[in-house]
Design a protein around this ligand. Structure first.
Ligand SMILES: *Cc1c(COP(=O)(O)O)cnc(C)c1O
Length: 420
């Protein structure tokens, strides 16, 4: 929980200056609530540590793509990292600039490439040779040169850091380290591509700096080879992936993380190289909570269940990754606690939000599911024809609806029955 944005006053959970219970009363549940202050402080931690260096923060839109959230970052001077043309449209709608946006993703379509080139994105993070050819063709048809960096798979730390899942040889992302130099030479020889950088993204919820240092070392070795092949690498993009505290994890502080990485570039004699960061979770994860109401308590011989009105369609992470989110009462009770599995109403055994949680709750109580700002609403679905939750942004004493709760009739508005 973010110390100052989410806190108790006389046993009542507050989001900045607003009681969480009053938000639930006013806007209903389930309800996503974000703190502008928490978003701002996380962003500033990155930006302040980058000050005085050629280093840029590109917010990973996929972690939380609400327009108000993106706009908070845009006002703070952020760039963006997108993985689809849909996300590009969101960045533009939120006031962001294509010229500050990098386009990542393993399967960009020709149509997406065209849109991004026409909009003028800053760089395409390309992940394979066929994608280089496709981008070269699209750029040629538009009479443009596409700025590219290759996402290299540095194959770091598999054994010591098993939670790193995207930087290994065995996954679908990036160009294999051993193939990277030759792939760069191919890119150099394509007339409508302009090689400008190199990038990697080694995984997510990483709680140590060492795998990043290993990745930077491998990338810089490559940069030296690529430059000796006649290309100039203006920027090194270290990706995102810095972890947050959901439970008892102790990830490095954002500022320390950035300073350690930038110092490592200096130690390697690359202090003048421009560095890009692509944080998602570490900016938004602990800036949001999901409020839910207890519908029923169902005591049992083996388990007690607290059945709440939020479900796996609202917050998929527990069902999808067995992810842990702290669950706390919105109004603290003096009563003694019992162990509950906190579950939703969806017809799946996988529909749980927390297991074996010690809670003092009664029917009708409100609970807050913490650390829900990243990969929360963005992964929500309409499974069981459940309308998606509203999203609220708190700013000091004020709360604004930044996405209206869906209405059921919207959910099948595009459907039709057969005419005969
Ligand atoms: C998802 C993603 C990010 C952000 O990852 P976090 O773990 O949320 O920081 C950054 N870059 C790329 C290419 C991604 O796919």
């Amino acid at each position: 929980m973010n110390d100052s944005a989410f806190h108790y006053v006389d046993g009542a959970l507050h989001v900045e200056g607003v009681p969480a219970a009053s938000l639930a009363e006013q806007f209903g549940t389930p309800l996503y609530v974000y703190s502008r202050d928490a978003l701002t402080r996380a962003y500033r931690a990155y930006a302040d540590a980058c000050a005085g260096r050629k280093a840029t923060v590109h917010v990973a839109v996929k972690a939380n793509s609400n327009l108000a959230v993106l706009n908070v970052f845009e006002r703070l001077g952020a760039g963006f990292d997108i993985v689809s043309s849909g996300e590009l449209a969101r960045v533009l709608a939120a006031g962001g600039k294509a010229s500050n946006t990098v386009f990542s993703g393993v399967g960009k379509s020709a149509a997406e490439m065209r849109e991004a080139l026409e909009a003028g994105v800053k760089c395409f993070n390309v992940e394979s040779i066929p994608e280089l050819h496709a981008l070269n063709e699209v750029a040629k048809s538009l009479g443009k040169k596409a700025p590219v960096s290759l996402r290299v798979n540095p194959d770091v730390g598999a054994k010591t850091h098993p939670y790193i899942s995207t930087g290994l040889k065995s996954n679908k992302f990036g160009v294999a380290f051993g193939d990277a130099r030759a792939t760069y030479r191919e890119a150099r020889d394509m007339a409508n591509l302009d090689v400008v950088g190199i990038d990697c993204h080694i995984g997510s919820q990483i709680t140590e700096v060492s795998p990043y240092l290993d990745a930077v070392d491998k990338l810089l070795d490559l940069v030296e080879q690529i430059e000796s092949d006649g290309m100039s690498i203006r920027h090194v993009d270290v990706g995102g992936g810095l972890g947050i505290t959901y439970d008892d994890e102790t990830p490095p502080d954002i500022g320390d993380f950035v300073r350690t990485l930038l110092a490592h570039f200096e130690e390697r004699g690359h202090g003048q190289r421009e560095v890009y960061f692509e944080p998602g979770r570490s900016l938004v994860g602990n800036a949001g909570v999901l409020l839910t109401r207890v519908e029923y308590l169902k005591p049992g011989e083996e388990k007690n269940f607290a059945i709440v009105d939020a479900a796996m369609n609202d917050l998929a992470r527990p069902a999808m990754y067995e992810a842990f989110h702290r669950i706390v009462p919105v109004i603290e009770r003096k009563a003694s606690a019992r162990l509950y599995d906190v579950v939703g109403p969806v017809c799946e055994s996988g529909d749980w939000l927390g297991r074996d949680r010690e809670l003092a709750v009664e029917q009708g109580d409100l609970l807050a599911i913490l650390s829900a700002g990243a990969y929360g609403f963005v992964m929500s679905s309409n499974y069981n024809t459940r309308a998606r939750a509203a999203e609220i942004m708190v700013d000091g004493e004020r709360a604004r609806v930044v996405r209206e709760r869906e209405e059921v009739k919207q959910l099948f508005a595009g459907e039709s029955i057969l005419p005969d």
